[in-house]
Design a binder for this molecule. Structure first.
Ligand code: NAP
Length: 257
């Protein structure tokens, strides 16, 4: 049980790659999870070479809850997992009343179910081990309903609520839970979610992935509960407390068209 490991989900692309780089730069041994094994292997080779850390690649489909449970059981069996970054996530921009439900259900499975399993397993493992840090990647989407991205916004509201509640349960213990809430960030997320043409991405220049990950990583290490990145995003997160909810939803719809 000597080595202490950091588990990072969604490490094949975007923010996950940056979280992995931050962890490796601190000399941490890493477990990288996503579906695209070749990308995980390429990142693992980079990190082993540059930082001389141990990196294991665990290709996993996080949309499959049984695979998530198996992943955790196998990796935590003989390892002390000190950090878990629940970063993997996906969204979809389009009318809710369409016929295709596959992508929306995948986002519930990854953003909600897999994150819940790993947060729960990690919280009890870390409590037994005497400490640890959990970083859940939410979104400013979690602060308001999202017409045309109804399921994604709902999943991120869940991530925010779950993370705050568990952090409160663990208050005063050596296990902390942090939720990072970025706004538009320059990764493949917007392209894959069919969001590139919407007002949010046209009007607001996306933040760099490295800077967003660094802000989240720092907040996690300080044990902060919530980190919203960027002044404009902080305004988006705070304003719904002052405005009637129906109006918040109307305004949100304008940004998601
Ligand atoms: N980019 C933004 O504007 C933005 C804003 C706010 C919040 N976020 C949140 O930030 C997090 C990271 O997103 P990103 O921007 O870095 O997006 P990204 O570049 O599209 O990366 C998403 C990651 O999630 C993984 N993933 C998706 N489905 C998976 C599955 N079924 N099983 C395993 N891994 C899966 C992908 O890996 P594989 O495809 O290899 O499986 C990939 O590594 C997400 O939770 C997202 O909701 C993003």
């Amino acid at each position: 049980m000597a080595a202490k490991w950091a588990l990072i989900t969604g490490a094949s692309e975007g923010l996950g790659v940056e979280f992995a780089r931050l962890a490796a730069a601190e000399g941490r041994d890493l477990i990288l999870v996503a579906r695209q094994a070749a990308k995980l292997e390429a990142l693992a080779a980079e990190l082993r070479d540059r930082h001389k850390v141990a990196v294991e690649v665990w290709p996993t489909d996080l949309a499959d809850a049984a695979e998530v449970e198996t992943l955790w059981r196998k990796l935590a069996l003989r390892r002390h997992v000190e950090i878990v970054v629940n970063n993997a996530g996906l969204g979809y921009n389009g009318p809710f009343a369409g016929d295709d439900i596959g992508r929306e259900m995948a986002s519930v499975a990854v953003n909600v179910t897999a994150l819940t399993i790993l947060t729960k397993r990690a919280a009890s493992h870390m409590t037994r081990q005497g400490g640890g840090r959990i970083l859940n990647v939410g979104s400013t989407a979690g602060f308001m309903p999202g017409p045309n991205m109804a399921v994604y916004h709902a999943t991120k509201a869940y991530v925010l609520s779950l993370s705050e509640a568990v952090a409160e349960e663990l208050r005063g213990s050596p296990v902390t839970v942090t939720v990072l809430c970025p706004g538009a960030t320059a990764t493949n997320f917007a392209r894959d979610a069919k969001m590139e043409g919407i007002a949010l991405f046209r009007l607001m220049p996306p933040a760099g992935a490295a800077a967003v990950a660094k802000a989240g990583w720092g907040a996690m290490k300080r044990g902060r509960r919530i980190r919203v990145t960027g002044l404009m995003n902080s305004t988006f997160a705070f304003a719904p407390r002052l405005v009637p909810r129906a109006l918040v939803t109307r305004i949100s719809a304008l940004f998601l068209k």
